[in-house]
Design a protein. Sequence first.
Length: 169
Amino acid sequence: MSLHEAVSSYFQGEKIECLVFVLPLGLLSVVFGCWLLVDSREAFARGVGLPFIVLGLALAVTGATVGFRTPAQVERLEAGLAAAPQETLALEKARMRKVNAAWPAYAATFAAFALCGLGLRFGVRSDVARGIGVALTFFAGVGFLIDGFAERRAKGYVASLEAPAAPPK
């Protein structure tokens, strides 16, 4: 795969994941959370609803931010690769090393969400806490799913960035 194809594939995947999955899931989560708070007076529903609103907003903002910044990011990267390929490639490799170094922290965060969620769901008697636990467990799974795809895409992209350039024809 050429460097141009690798850039295009990586960022296209990022944009689609964010705008087709992350952003809509965030918005739906906010709507669901609001519906639970308005429609139900049950403690469990309130427990589920509040985290769905807060974490849904976080998903929506993240999905929109990453999804809508991607085209400009690709333009800057391709312009840099055309004007100063070695310098741009070095900067992109360094940026992606930081991205790949963050995956364990994200996984630990999602694991903490899952453990806290399971602890609340099964370890307490409060319906509000049990609802929060269910929501945290749900969002832990969502985080693992999103980052599972993103991490694999990033590692493949880095492999393409680090591949020796094809000799000119």
